[in-house]
Design a protein. Sequence first.
Length: 367
Amino acid sequence: MSFLEKIVIQDFRNIELQELSFSPNVNCISGGNGEGKTNLLDAIWYMSMTKSAFAQSDTHNFRKGCSSFAISGLYRMDNGLQSRFSIGVGASGKQIRRDERLYERISEHIGILPIVMVSPADTALISESGEQRRRFANSVISQMDAGYLSAVQNYNRILMQRNRALKDAAADSGLLESFDLMLARDGAVIYGKRAEFARRLTPLVQKYYGRISGGREEVSIRYRSDLDRGPLEELLRDSRERDLVMHYTCTGVQRDEFVFTMNGMPLRQCGSQGQQKSFLVAVKFAQYEILRDSHDHPPMLLLDDLFDKLDMERVANLLEMVAGNDFGQIFITDSNKVRIKGILDRITAESRFYEAKGGAYAALDGD
């Protein structure tokens, strides 16, 4: 497996300058709210995904009073060799290097360091719009399939151009037809990959939800798309008049939805807080298994405040899962130092333990 041996973080969120070493097994970070536990996990996530798990703009990641940040990580790769990855963001944009070689395209890096995060922010997958669920699917599939990532990037670019053209009262029909052909090409790739992803994800979510909850409820995921009705080129042609009236594209994979249900009812409406969190954890563990099988080694697993809002039975079931041999390097945060030490003792004897305070991380005894 690959794992993160050391990270150096400068001017990222509330972190001025920190250099930390990690266990290849379990790493725990305790501390109060706002002290920097989640910011450390976000820096690790950034090293894999080249963007924050939470902030929409990189300017929100700059430490107060700063106009740039840098993160570098030393990884032990799956082949046993070390590689250093570094990311710098500032006035000149974003640069990413592997062993001092600059990537020509940022997208080349996605999937090199597979990663999964479970976070309180995941509730947006249930409570907010379909865009959140499409973004989640994109982040998973892109770590396995560079062609999919390219198709999504191309589709979004052409969609913006088509929408601009639709705002023109004298929109050129030939131009719209050329946009339609390109959208249909990339849309077909996206539709096929998302459908395959949903087919793989659903039984795994059901398996993990059953293990967490004791099998008390039946959960399911259904992928729904305009392309269920036929090829996108035909759908766009049929929707042309409406699109011209509305001044935007009214059909396509940008409207795709992943429907979450429990006992046949929408999870958003019928699931308790504990049931919804258990479902979200099951989704992320299913994602973990899919990425592990795709890469032939386990991704890093970031568990941010995982045990909050779960009863002791569900916590015990989660610990049993995490303690298994299927997992690689794990990072866990918790505001309760006593609880996280107890959790750590149940998972593994080989670990590191840090306490966060004001964007600094002190190693505690027993690491």
